[in-house]
Design a protein around this ligand. Structure first.
Ligand code: AMP
Ligand code: MG
Length: 319
């Protein structure tokens, strides 16, 4: 594990900025689409002859996935609505849910797709409020990834449980959009979905994409840049969604052990790896696990690079 000092540099207020720092002239002008979906601003940028057409198809697909993965609609909504029964889902949602169960297992439940009841309780999808300990204890009965049953393309959760794919949906969709762009012949693209940035290929001039990682303590600054191609850069942070009551900040990443906002000493975690869905799930899980457990977890996973920022501003890099 390597410690470095924070070098914050002021910049315009974007969560993750993509910078054109390549040394050579870019050979083609990119096409861009900016839309609001999945509860965030999404910017899709692609290079190449077919880029406009490909991006229009990607926006359409993005909206479809938004509905498919929402807690109240599509496949996930149907599973939630029919808790207690086996519900048939599409092949790709079945695969995603199977992967999520595996992420939950690997991270010892730090990532848990069954936290829906907690999210409802804290009101992150409606009116935020601080629930009582009794309410949290009651909801805890209905949280626990081990209780999900997956068989023959069907999914069953116990009555009272609610799936919430908020921690992986953007990563999963980012990966799917890259696949779609590839089908359109696109070889170079960068997609930014809130805290998720992902890249397809490299820039047309052959240089890597440069992704800036926001300083969690200063919305106008970034603390580092990473050069990537065909790689996801996903950040989870307590600064992304929160509310304050009586001087206490309550954020949206819940520790499934306590039912309360995770208090692991981190303010943000950035995961850099080639698998978009995994990067998203891990960023959330590592935020819950904290620096020490995460470093241990990464010991035999050198392909996953992580940048963690602690509450005191210290930056910890692993791999
Ligand atoms: P992310 O921004 O990817 O870290 O995802 C945070 C979102 O995932 C929250 O807004 C919740 O919808 C959901 N969530 C919160 N805590 C967890 C957790 N421990 N495991 C899985 N999903 C979570
Ligand atoms: Mg996540």
């Amino acid at each position: 594990m390597k410690m470095i000092r924070k070098t914050a540099v002021c910049l315009a207020a974007f969560l993750l900025l993509t910078l054109g720092l390549g040394g050579c002239q870019i050979s083609q002008e990119p096409e861009t689409r900016t839309v609001f979906a999945m509860d965030t601003v999404i910017t899709l940028t692609a290079y190449g002859e077919n880029a406009g057409k490909a991006l229009d198809a990607a926006v359409q697909k993005l909206n479809d996935y938004d509905l498919l993965l929402d807690v109240d609609s599509g496949d996930i909504g149907a599973v939630n609505e029919n808790a207690g029964e086996f519900v048939g889902v599409s092949e790709e949602v079945y695969k995603l849910l199977s992967d999520c169960v595996e992420f939950s297992r690997q991270t010892d439940g730090a990532f848990d797709l069954t936290v829906g009841r907690y999210i409802n309780l804290w009101g992150f999808r409606s009116q935020t409020r601080v629930p009582s300990d009794e309410e949290i204890a009651e909801a805890a009965e209905f949280v626990g990834w081990e209780q999900i049953e997956l068989a023959d393309g069907k999914v069953k959760i116990p009555e009272g449980m609610q799936l919430d794919l908020g921690a992986v949906a953007k990563g999963f969709v980012a990966g799917k959009l890259k696949e779609l762009l590839t089908e359109y012949g696109i070889e170079s693209a960068i997609l930014s979905l809130g805290g998720n940035v992902t890249t397809l290929g490299e820039k047309p001039d052959g240089s890597q994409f440069v992704v800036a990682i926001r300083d969690p303590n200063d919305p106008d600054a970034y603390l580092d840049t990473v050069n990537v191609s065909d790689t996801a850069v996903v950040t989870s942070g307590s600064y992304m969604r929160y509310f304050d009551v009586d001087g206490v900040r309550y954020h949206h990443i819940i520790d499934p052990e306590t039912g309360k906002p995770a208090d692991s000493g981190l303010v943000s975690v950035t995961v850099i790896c080639t698998d978009d869905t995994a990067a998203d799930a891990y960023a959330t899980a590592f935020f819950v696990m904290g620096a020490e457990k995460t470093s241990e977890f990464l010991k035999d996973r050198p392909e996953i690079n992580v940048i963690m920022v602690e509450t005191n501003g210290e930056i910890i890099r692993v791999n």
